[in-house]
Design a protein around this ligand. Sequence first.
Ligand code: NAD
Ligand code: MG
Length: 298
Amino acid sequence: MTDQYKMQDPVKQYTKAGPEFEQQQNPPGLEQEMNPLPDAGQDTYRGTGRLAGRKAIVTGADSGIGRAVAVAFAREGADVVLSYMPEEEKDAQEVIKLVQEAGRTAVAVPGDLKDEQYSEQLVAAAVEKLGGIDILANIAGMQQFVPEIADLTTEQFDATFKTNVYGLFWLCKAALKHMKPGSTIINTSSIQAYEPSPILLDYATTKAAINTFSKSLAQQVAGKGIRVNVVAPGPVWTPLQVSGGQPTEVLKDFGAKTPLGRPGQPAEMAPAYVFLASQESSYISGETLNANGGMPTP
Ligand code: NAD
Ligand code: MG
């Protein structure tokens, strides 16, 4: 097992993709059914009290990047409200256990981010069960590839925007009512915001929207002592990618085109969220931290 603390060659820190990466599930997919399993950092992440006593909401917390972030936040001392879809309960139970093993409170609130009421439920759970909200990590997202615009339905276009953009807007709006100075919001964009794939028209467009939304909101709330930042991952090995995010046949080369030549793992994303959530990033707001294997960004 590799870890985040030992000096080593990042090219070799995790395996390149290969034929074994060609696998397929129905969306949203389950992490526990992936083989190889993603690395959420559960065997390695060491907290150093950077989020002691904080109260966090993490969306998409059952799997992938959200799972790694929920584990890291808990080990840094935060209690966590976990958002995920009801059909992901099996994955979520593993994360709840990891948060509890870190000695922190896990509040599970499954639901659909396309529903505005659900964002209110998530915030109410944080306020009532954790006593407030200091960190909002918007990590949930929907990605379904469609090669031709003629086949991209209004229903899908709508669902991608409702999940990725409206869900984030509603949750920011609801959470900000309760956030005190020192609180932080971290949104999740993608390399797709700057290098859109032709088959990800709707998804890539939502990620550009998230970048711009975050830069605007960051200025709006800075005077209240609240910071808003973005993490923009490159290709990361998660259920999203094997559940319609990419054509199955390209997964054997997943991440091969990045300068580091391999896919990223969720464990390599979590430290970026911890940094932006913690007071260590106190003079940083409206910024996008690209964690993408070395691809140039604007
Ligand atoms: P993932 O499938 O593990 O996580 C996505 C999560 O989004 C799901 O677990 C699900 O709980 C949640 N979600 C989706 N639709 C929802 C809905 N309607 N209501 C509630 N929850 C919903 O995959 P991931 O790759 O870890 O994705 C996390 C974020 O990272 C997403 O925003 C994604 O766009 C972004 N991202 C991923 C990659 C990558 O290569 N994996 C690259 C760039 C950006
Ligand atoms: Mg999931």
